[in-house]
Design a protein around this ligand. Structure first.
Ligand code: SAH
Length: 246
């Protein structure tokens, strides 16, 4: 009997190999590496502060998941980069609260084909988000040092469709007008006339407007003219320069 087993066993194992059911050695597969802490915090920021408050545009949510906000704030406040608040960026200026960035961006209804004007580049964060969502972005910053810093940062990040100019944004950027979308991130008492003029038919402009108590205003232009809609009470830094003399 033992003899017949000895003959059958190799045959059986050969058959097992043939049908692919031989016992394979146990391979310990490593769990996928956890994303870095900064990315986890960013994703949680989008989930808990932005999606949870009703921002729905999937492109806006994705851009905010992908653009590292922490890279756009000064090193001293980097540990607070994902908080639900504005943060100082130097020169008495601030980067807006993440939710407000998302809300304003969603209001522009970008599909990737647009030419966008931003007034108030600041850290360059909002410009980077717009760059991800539109074809081309022109951004103007009145504080020369901030313009230089954000230009260098955007360039270092390979964001090539955003152009930053230093100067007063009051007059817009006539060489590139009209714009499909215009975003002001500093608050004038009244929206400067040149910016309204540079809004394309079918375009959307979003701006904080007013002194002290400000309203976020959406301006749309159709064949008949401009339409104004008040969206939210907000608090932004004032638009300085020509807008103060208006
Ligand atoms: N979008 C910015 C927020 C910056 S705060 C970000 O993502 O970080 C508003 C900015 O508007 C400040 O940097 C301020 O210097 C700038 N600003 C104020 N008045 C301006 C004007 N008239 N023209 C251009 N920029 C202006």
């Amino acid at each position: 009997m033992s003899q017949s087993f000895a003959g059958v066993l190799p045959l059986l194992s050969a058959l097992a190999v043939l049908v692919g059911c031989e016992a394979s050695p146990r391979v310990e597969t490593d769990p996928p590496p956890a994303p870095p802490l900064e990315q986890q915090e960013r994703e949680f920021m989008v989930y808990s502060q932005i999606e949870a408050r009703g921002i729905r545009d999937p492109r806006v949510l994705q851009a905010m998941r992908e653009i590292p906000r922490a890279d756009f704030v000064p090193a001293e406040v980097r540990d607070r980069a994902h908080r639900d608040s504005p943060l100082p960026i130097g020169y008495g200026q601030t980067i807006s609260q993440p939710y407000i960035v998302a809300f304003m961006t969603e209001q522009l209804e970008l599909d990737g084909s647009e030419k966008v004007l931003e007034i108030g580049t600041g850290s360059g964060y909002q410009a980077a988000i717009l760059g991800r969502l539109a074809a081309r972005v022109y951004s103007i910053e009145i504080v020369e040092a901030l313009a230089q810093r954000s230009r260098a940062l955007l360039e270092a990040k390979g964001i090539a469709n955003v152009e930053v100019r230093s100067g007063d944004g009051y007059g817009g950027w006539p060489e590139h007008a009209p714009f499909d979308a215009i975003l002001l991130t500093a608050a004038p008492d009244d929206i400067p006339e040149p910016l309204l003029e540079q809004l394309a038919v079918g375009g959307r402009l979003v701006a904080p407007v007013g002194v002290g108590l400000q309203e976020l205003v959406l301006v749309t232009r159709d064949e008949e003219g401009l339409h104004f809609e008040s969206l939210l009470p907000v608090r932004f830094v004032p638009m300085v320069g020509e807008a103060e003399r208006d």
